[in-house]
Design a protein around this ligand. Structure first.
Ligand code: CMC
Length: 427
């Protein structure tokens, strides 16, 4: 590709620089387009628009590749830990043992939440969706931790980042406990990040809770798989909210709200509900037919992706983890058999082949989370918990980017042109 893109409008020629990243498609730098031509670009859903520079995560959707700071997701899921991946995403390099120990210690020291925050929960209805609680409580953190909301102070940014990563599991577990009417459990910092979360979620004060190491490992891996995914809808929401100078707690609440939607993080809940609705493999053709019917809004949940036009590498690891968890717990679930069969049928159907629709991370995650004991309403909360690391890393990157500006897209206006107000009696 040349290093200049030629653009012609109304008989005039314009040149725009073409930027190359370290890998991936080149990018036409159109920042001067409006100033020079008076025209905007039109790209609903940002299908052709790079909104920022980033060094954190790379996806090659055609090849089904996902790299964090250059490391393939499969290797990280196999060999690393969520704490190590969090360090990597935030700092750019894998930590030494000392750095990892220090980072894990710092995160552990921030796991408790302000005691008054517990009273905040009591304002929610008993049957509130845990994601509704997450939006409210995470946003409320800015009212409890004023001393880390100055985004221009690197020290405060770091403390806020650590607080968010550390407190999200505590808040997520509290959201769960609140919904089942059990007392909140304080964190136990002698446990790992993930072990601590499992105990706060499934333990009760009346009994000793033993963390099952295999489940802890599976859960940690699920967190790794969800840690970051470059400029997806919720991350872009966090960046957009942050671009105005909003504090990081408020930005994370915005990200959580965006993640909740069924086209994004809510798909894991929707996928499991769908698998239950399908029930038995003999009903799969009926649902495949509905997914293909243009007049039916139904979609195969956990299938398709804006970027992946190949198998989502996270789904590969997730499918393997389901098998491991089932073996550990010595259980089986007919829903998993339905999921495997559905995948097989869809991947041999011309509709799904032509549109390059493959299982995504959410297709199998519901099956495994359900086997571990989470209700469906908690699935997206777990996604939010893990993705907080990515949001925080991306938010920090944005704040320190010299090119950063408030996000302010333009529009193609199709409404009425100027007209005069007519008093109500004359209309
Ligand atoms: N089932 C049936 N048809 C589908 C599906 C599906 N799951 N996904 C896309 N299509 C069809 C769609 O109808 C369209 O057909 P046509 O060209 O004939 O109009 C074509 O494929 C392209 O779809 P699109 O909606 O224009 O693609 P998109 O990039 O805007 O949407 C998506 C991506 C993930 C929102 C979509 O695939 C979807 O709704 N999938 C189900 C929800 C889901 O699993 N979401 C989780 C995404 S992964 C986790 C995350 O990032 O949060």
């Amino acid at each position: 590709m040349t290093d200049t893109a030629k653009f012609e409008l109304a008989g005039k020629d314009f040149d725009y620089p073409v930027l190359s990243g370290s890998v991936g498609p080149d990018v036409v730098d159109i920042r001067k387009l409006y100033g020079q031509t008076g025209a905007f670009t039109y790209d609903p859903g940002f299908t052709s628009t790079a909104s920022c520079r980033s060094e954190i995560t790379y996806i090659d959707g055609d090849e089904g590749v996902l790299l964090h700071r250059g490391y393939p997701i499969g290797e990280l899921a196999e060999k690393s830990s969520f704490m190590e991946v969090a360090y990597l995403l935030l700092n750019g390099e894998l930590p030494s043992q000392d750095e990892l120990d220090g980072f894990s210690r710092t995160i552990s020291r921030h796991t408790m939440v302000h005691e008054q925050l517990a009273t905040f929960f009591r304002g929610f209805r008993r049957d509130a969706h845990p994601m509704a609680i997450m939006c409210g409580v995470v946003g409320a953190l800015s009212a409890f931790y004023h001393d880390s909301t100055d985004i221009h102070d690197p020290q405060q940014r770091m403390i806020a980042s650590h607080r968010l990563i550390a407190k999200i599991p505590t808040i997520a577990a509290m959201a769960y406990k609140y919904s089942v009417g059990q007392p909140f459990l304080y964190p136990d910092n002698s446990l790992s990040y993930t072990g601590n979360f499992l105990r706060m979620t499934f333990g009760v004060p009346a009994e000793q809770y033993e963390v099952n190491p295999a489940i802890e490992r599976a859960m940690d891996r699920i967190f790794i798989l969800h840690a970051d995914h470059e400029q997806n809808a919720s991350t872009s929401t966090v960046r957009l909210a942050g671009s105005s100078g909003a504090n990081p707690f408020a930005c994370m609440a915005a990200g959580i709200a965006c993640l909740w939607g069924p086209a994004h993080g809510g798909a894991n809940e929707a996928a499991l509900n769908m698998l239950h609705e399908i029930g038995t493999p003999d009903r799969i053709p009926e649902f495949i037919a509905r997914a293909k019917d243009k007049n039916d809004p139904f979609r195969l949940m956990g299938f398709g992706h804006r970027v992946y036009k190949n198998y989502d590498p996270r789904a590969t690891v997730m499918q393997k983890t389901v098998r491991e968890v089932f073996e550990t717990l010595n259980v089986s679930d007919p829903v998993f058999e339905t999921a495997l069969r559905l995948e097989e049928i869809a991947l041999s159907d011309p509709y799904f082949i032509e549109k390059k629709l493959f299982p995504n991370v959410d297709f199998y995650s519901g099956v495994i989370l359900s086997a571990i004991g989470f209700p469906t309403s908690m699935f997206t909360v777990l996604f939010a918990l893990a993705r907080t690391v990515g949001w925080v890393a991306q938010w920090n990157e944005m704040i320190t980017d010299p090119d950063q500006k408030i996000g302010r897209p333009r529009q193609l206006y199709t409404g009425p042109t100027q007209r005069s107000y007519v008093p109500v009696g004359e209309r």
